[in-house]
Write a protein that binds this ligand. Structure first.
Ligand code: ZN
Length: 139
């Protein structure tokens, strides 16, 4: 799929405010955006480390994907997202290689990115996202 870089690392946290404080005070990073993604039942906070972002994920509903993850596995790394170009074709290529997909088609994620998840059963236990910033790639 030839990713250009790791776009972000998603970290599930119980308390967004406390974890933001940690990244600001200990790492000296600046939270530049907080966004609620209603259909994912999640509230996110973003930090930049070079061109890679840290995406903190707090659940807004125990029945949502992050709520379930926290209950099952506790806080920690939730997913890794790779930046790709031409996400629809990449998804098809990946599926043709026998990798199980969670999303057969890309959808809108945080920050207006087009995103899709690969199934952790096909990726050695790591929930893997591919994403494309079409506002950049179409320039
Ligand atoms: Zn993500």
């Amino acid at each position: 799929m030839n990713p250009s870089h790791i776009e972000h690392i998603g970290i599930a946290v119980k308390n967004l405010e406390e974890s933001i404080k940690f990244y600001e005070e200990v790492f000296g990073l600046e939270c530049y955006a907080i966004e609620e993604i209603k259909d994912q039942k999640v509230k996110t906070a973003f930090f930049k480390v070079g061109q890679t972002k840290i995406e903190l994920l707090e659940s807004t509903d125990t029945e949502g994907p992050i709520g379930k993850f926290l209950e099952k596995r506790g806080e920690g790394i939730h997913h890794i997202a790779f930046a790709v170009k031409d996400i629809e074709n990449k998804l098809q290529e990946i599926a043709e290689k026998g990798v199980r997909l969670i999303d057969q088609k890309s959808r809108k994620g945080a920050e207006g990115l087009d995103i899709a998840f690969l199934h952790p059963k096909s990726t050695f236990g790591v929930l893997t996202e591919i994403c494309e910033d079409k506002s950049v790639n179409s320039e």
